[in-house]
Design a protein around this ligand. Structure first.
Ligand code: GTR
Length: 407
């Protein structure tokens, strides 16, 4: 085809290179025009009273607390206060040297006792044999635990490439979300919910949903990590995919001990901005119809009204500042709204700038396999389907490396 055109253009004295250049410029202009852009996004740095936020102090004392209060009260629900429960740890199995002598496997049983009962679950940790405490990645596994987080390693899955994580010098820790609360609608009465007297929780409509409960489970694993001398508890990333990716953000925002949150393909009510028209992606109306129990009852009122809400998800991401955030999207995952995930990271960035750091450093929505990792917010687009893959893990570990986690 190109040869054919070249031949005819040459005969007519037209410069083929110029034609191609004009074509390319035109294609880029069309792409830029056609690509969705956020509109009327709620201001990150203006308080609900209309004051401009220009200092860390104002952010930490006024803006971040009011945003947190809004998200906790109206979207995910509130965690029970720490006075209402106790946590204890015991070895579920003796420690074992595994992965050809490269890692110590610990299986810890974490028991949480609330005012109405106790629940326990087991977390598995592969900790690289090392002279000093190692940084760690904690996965909230929302897939079949037998297939994906096998503690015996007879089944291996790219969803949790524990061997690769250990090879890179990080501890690989995982637990199954279903051990905290089932992923179906029990009216939030089963699992960990049954250990608490709901009547004692603040506000009926602010009741914690299942995403908040799973995130609370991650936070209890963090309680254990703080007691484990082989792990550096100041360098722990919480990771999740899809509903787990929403949960990882909740865990990171609610529990400041997490130094990084990796939100993979998390989409609606995760890293995706609502103020952008992405007709193929999930909306609040759709998500609350299928998964009302994931959220505080208040959130149901936002169905079809998310654009009228005073906040949006970039402000939730901003609550991670000045800590690290990774957002991952996949090219074949329009349901999660890739551009919405990208823009939420970008629009969250002024929170890092207050601390004299950079958030997401980007000029444009990136091409696949071109991770943007210059600041404290990482964004990458991977070729392929909705999934958590070794490539996504590589991006998250590269980012931690960049921030000196293995030094
Ligand atoms: C979908 C849901 C998404 C996402 C996904 C998953 O059905 O609509 O929000 O969480 O499940 O967790 O795989």
């Amino acid at each position: 085809m190109v040869e054919y055109l070249e031949f005819h253009y040459e005969r007519k004295g037209i410069d083929m290179k110029k034609v191609m250049l004009i074509g390319a410029v035109f294609a880029c202009a069309v792409a830029a025009f056609a690509s969705p852009k956020p509109e009327n996004v709620p201001e990150l740095m203006t308080t609900f009273k209309g004051e401009t936020v220009s200092s860390v102090e104002q952010w930490e004392k006024v803006r971040a607390p009011e945003l947190f209060d809004t998200f906790a009260g109206e979207e995910y629900g509130r965690w029970p206060q720490s006075e209402r429960y106790s946590v204890s740890f015991e070895a579920d199995e003796p420690d074992r040297l595994m992965m050809g002598g490269k890692a110590i496997r610990k299986r810890v049983r974490i028991t949480c006792s609330g005012e109405c009962g106790a629940r326990s679950f087991v977390a598995t940790a592969f900790i690289p044999v090392c002279k000093k405490p190692v940084p760690a990645f904690l996965l909230i596994c929302n897939r079949d635990p037998y297939e994906n987080i096998d503690p015996t390693r007879s089944k291996k899955s790219g969803f949790w490439p524990a061997e690769e994580i250990v090879d890179r010098g990080y501890a690989a820790i995982a637990f199954w979300n279903g051990d905290i609360a089932p992923d179906w609608n029990t009216g939030n009465r089963e699992g960990i919910f049954a250990c608490f007297n709901q009547a004692k929780s603040r506000g009926r409509f602010e009741r914690w949903g299942t995403l908040a409960a799973w995130a609370w489970g991650a936070s209890r694993v963090m309680d254990w990590i703080e007691t484990e001398p082989l792990i550096n508890s100041k360098r722990v990333a919480v990771v999740g995919h899809s509903r787990g990716g929403k949960t990882a953000l909740v865990a990171g925002v609610y529990d400041k001990r997490f130094a990084m949150a990796c939100s993979n393909d998390s989409g609606c009510s995760g890293a995706k901005l609502n103020h952008i028209d992405l007709p193929r992606s999930e909306s609040v109306d759709i998500i609350v119809r299928s998964f009302s129990y994931w959220f505080a009852p208040n959130y149901l009122r936002l169905a079809n009204r998310e654009k009228e809400w005073k906040v949006d998800q970039h402000q939730f991401i901003a609550l991670m500042a000045p800590r690290l955030v990774c957002i991952g999207s996949a090219t074949e995952d329009a349901w999660a709204g890739q551009e919405g995930e990208y823009y939420a990271g970008l629009l969250a960035s002024p929170a890092w700038e207050l601390y004299g750091r950079k958030g997401l450093v980007a000029n444009a929505f990136p091409l696949p396999e071109n991770p943007l990792q210059e600041g404290c917010v990482s964004y990458h687009l991977r070729t392929g389907k909705h999934n958590l893959t070794p490539y996504d893990w590589k991006c998250y570990m590269d980012f931690a490396d960049r921030h000196g986690w293995r030094k």
